[in-house]
Ligand binder design. Structure first.
Ligand code: HEC
Length: 177
């Protein structure tokens, strides 16, 4: 999150620099041939080049999936230990990660929504909410919803032509509780 905040801050600064002064054109600061400073973004000769560098740095869908995979692992362990609050925390973050992923790669949105977010993601989010409110519950509904969500992750990998993603420890180790 620290990194995201830093990047958001940088983008804000760039936008302010770009909007605040009419004498500057799209190439940035016209006093120094577009170069605003010595940093890895400020040394670029134009805003276009700066944004290009940021886009590349932020990655595409795979950086969102890397985050998703880590959080999924934590969700599985948290459910196994009955820590539904922790599982819920990471499950919410997974939806944000996937949405951020398809903001960067819109072609992934249709399957992400249809196969995962609209059905299985919601089902586990609801089951976790109920489990948190009802401490006495044995968690069977949560575990069942997790297994459905796991299948949905894997179905999307097939639908998006990366079936080899399913053949890894992350999914083997989460095949049950
Ligand atoms: C849009 C459908 C879709 C959904 C839903 C989806 N994935 Fe993915 N996943 C992909 C695609 C596509 C890639 C390959 C990314 C790339 O190369 O750009 C990927 C890659 C991955 C990777 C490898 C990331 C890396 O580069 O290190 C992991 C781990 C992963 N997914 C886990 C999951 C888990 C866990 C879920 C469910 C919680 C999930 N995925 C849901 C499409 C999806």
């Amino acid at each position: 999150m620290q990194k995201c905040n830093a990047v958001t801050g940088l983008v804000t600064v760039l936008l302010l620099l770009g909007c605040g002064d009419d004498t500057r054109n799209d190439t940035g600061n016209d006093m120094h041939n577009g170069v605003l400073g010595e940093g890895w973004l400020l040394e670029k000769e134009s805003h276009a080049a700066r944004f290009e560098q940021l886009e590349s740095y932020l990655g595409g869908f795979s950086s969102a999936m890397w985050e998703t995979g880590h959080r999924y692992d934590v969700v599985h362990a948290a459910i196994a230990e009955g820590n539904h609050a922790l599982a819920d925390y990471h499950w919410q973050k997974i939806r944000s990660a996937i949405r951020n992923g398809y903001t960067k790669r819109p072609a992934r949105q249709a399957n992400a929504d249809a196969l995962f977010l609209e059905g299985p993601w919601n089902a586990l989010a609801n089951a976790l909410k109920e489990a948190k409110e009802n401490e006495g519950a044995n968690g069977a509904a949560v575990r069942e919803a997790f297994m459905d969500a796991r299948s949905a992750c894997m179905a999307c990998h097939v639908a998006e032509d990366v079936p080899f993603m399913n053949d890894q420890a992350l999914f083997r180790d989460s095949d049950g509780f």
